[in-house]
Design a protein around this ligand. Structure first.
Ligand SMILES: Cc1cc2nc3c(=O)[nH]c(=O)nc-3n(C[C@H](O)[C@H](O)[C@H](O)COP(=O)(O)OP(=O)(O)OC[C@H]3O[C@@H](n4cnc5c(N)ncnc54)[C@H](O)[C@@H]3O)c2cc1C
Ligand code: FES
Length: 478
């Protein structure tokens, strides 16, 4: 179902021209500018595929192109990530049931003679980290190519309707969606930044001192980006937890639910159970209520709520129970979620028999943390270390965010899970540092790096920063 009214967002204004797409031959109403999966969800279609071996139903999970849960056949081409592919009038979409075959009649993709883009700095990822990196690298004099596989810039910010904390210069009091608009405007103002949307970086390579990023645009054509330096700002991937039937359609990462309702104005369901009472789970509960969805409860395995008190108090005032020391045992449903079974756990994290509770829900939201997206850094050979405080495996880097490979930088959630504010500050540092490393920025710019480093230290000095600082001790080298 599509949302028509929302206290903050105006979807009527945002929706493009009405078009028709075909799902299994049936016409579906869609709007230009939205992704295939969003149009299918708006029409009540949640089962997107069945697994080849066990014939289990599959549905949307991450909504940002990172999990392969939404692969469908589009216009005869199999394995299309429908969560980041925009609708086009007349598109034919089918579910994949058996191992898909490549069409014999389709024109093969243009693999030979790819378009070649030369820049001083290539930035992968247009979230808050990548956008700030582009702005500062450009101001320091560099020619920048910025690519993102999603159809819009902003990364996770485009779905955050709440106002940010922090200082005024760090956008405190401004909603995440607005911050994304402001940064995008700044990027557009700069002629030396070229943006490539719907372009996935699939390889990061070194050719002598030149870095090569291989991109695929709109699932169709190869683009080669060459630069003196590369900044990887690919963000993070939502975590999954083990429980029975955790693959049923209707079990979404928290970010996917935000994408559905806050970016595309599609109601994720009617009754939701949230797993995880950190800030993401608490904010999500509030945003679901704003969109007119009932939140049955928030379940948290730890003995206390992990998020800010102010968020928890707001959610409780709205009548949502927060069950600490509880976990989800299983999801039930035939083709999609119909209910969830939850139980209390003891100090050894074992479910206590007899404490089971049944929640009649059609959506289970997993807000159980993120892990950094480091695949490209791993592939090119950057040294990696496990730092659970930063969300898992991250790359070793110096204070200017240069990795163990000269000229390859990292920033934001892909460097370790934190927040948009720290992602922006890291983006600024990496952008300037990359321009310095490429021999473009003047030494004057070092002052700006020091300023951003000071702001980062201040931001991390609070109670929530302690864990991050412990993680950074393990991976930041001189
Ligand atoms: C519910 C929720 C609430 C939050 N609230 C706050 C808050 O109040 N304050 C705060 O400071 N932070 C908040 N955050 C955290 C914040 O959103 C993230 O820390 C921040 O967005 C990280 O920025 P980033 O640029 O590193 O990554 P992202 O914003 O994730 O951007 C990464 C970008 O890289 C692109 N990308 C990834 N891989 C590729 C590839 N191979 N090729 C091309 N492009 C690629 C993606 O499409 C994406 O656009 C919240 C997060 C959530 C989920
Ligand atoms: S890749 Fe589309 S839902 Fe994860």
């Amino acid at each position: 179902m599509r949302l028509t009214e929302h206290p903050i967002l105006n979807f009527q204004e945002r929706r493009g021209k009405k078009v028709t797409i075909y799902f299994e031959g049936q016409p579906i109403e869609a709007y230009e500018g939205e992704t295939i999966v969003m149009a299918l969800h708006a029409a009540g279609i949640r089962v997107l595929a069945h697994t080849f071996q066990k014939d289990r139903p599959r549905g949307l999970f991450c909504a940002i192109g990172k999990c392969a849960s939404c692969l469908m056949t589009v216009n005869g081409i199999p394995n299309v990530r429908t969560c980041i592919t925009l609708v086009e009038d007349g598109m034919q979409i089918t579910k994949q049931k058996a191992k898909p075959k490549l069409p014999t009649t389709a024109k093969p993709p243009k693999w030979k003679d790819p378009e070649k883009i030369d820049a001083d700095i290539v930035i992968i990822g247009g979230g808050p980290a990548g956008l700030m990196a582009a702005i500062y690298a450009s101001d320091a004099g560099a020619k920048v190519a910025l690519l993102d596989e999603n159809p819009m810039l902003g990364g996770q910010l485009v779905k955050q309707t709440h106002k940010f904390f922090g200082k005024r210069e760090q956008f405190a009091g401004v909603r995440g969606v607005k911050i994304a608009d402001i940064l995008e405007e700044e990027v557009k103002k700069r002629e030396n930044i070229k943006v490539f949307l719907e372009t996935s970086a699939i390889a990061l390579l070194q050719e002598d001192d030149t870095k090569l990023v291989v991109g695929v645009r709109k699932n169709k054509e190869l683009v080669e980006f060459r630069g003196k330096a590369v900044i990887v700002a690919t963000g993070a991937m939502e975590r999954m937890i083990p429980f029975e039937n955790n693959d049923l359609p209707g079990i979404y990462g928290a970010g996917a639910i935000q994408t559905l309702m806050n970016t595309y104005g599609v109601k994720p369901g009617d009754r939701v159970l949230i797993i995880g009472a950190g800030n993401v789970g608490l904010i999500l509960a509030y945003q679901l209520i704003q969109a007119g969805v009932e939140v049955k409860a928030i379940v948290e395995a730890l003995p206390k709520i992990g998020g800010y008190f102010v968020h928890a108090a707001k959610v409780r005032r709205l009548g949502v129970p927060i069950l600490t020391r509880h976990t989800i045992l299983r999801a039930e449903g035939k083709e999609k979620v119909e209910r969830a079974i939850v139980a209390q756990i003891d100090e050894n994290w074992k479910p206590i028999p007899g404490t089971e509770k049944v929640f009649e829900v059609d959506v289970i939201a997993l807000a159980v943390g993120l892990r950094p997206s480091i695949e490209l850094l791993h592939q090119v050979g950057c040294q990696i270390k496990y730092a659970p405080e930063l969300g898992g495996h991250v790359v070793i880097r110096d204070k200017r965010l240069e990795t163990t490979i000269k000229g390859i930088f990292v920033a934001g959630d892909s460097a370790g899970i934190e927040e948009a504010t720290t992602a922006m500050l890291e983006g600024k540092i990496a952008g300037i540092a990359a321009a310095l490393s490429a021999g473009i920025a003047s030494p004057e710019w070092l002052k700006e790096i020091e300023k951003a480093q000071k702001e980062l230290d201040e931001f991390r000095s609070g109670p929530f920063g302690r864990k991050v600082l412990k993680g950074l001790e393990k991976v930041v080298v001189e």
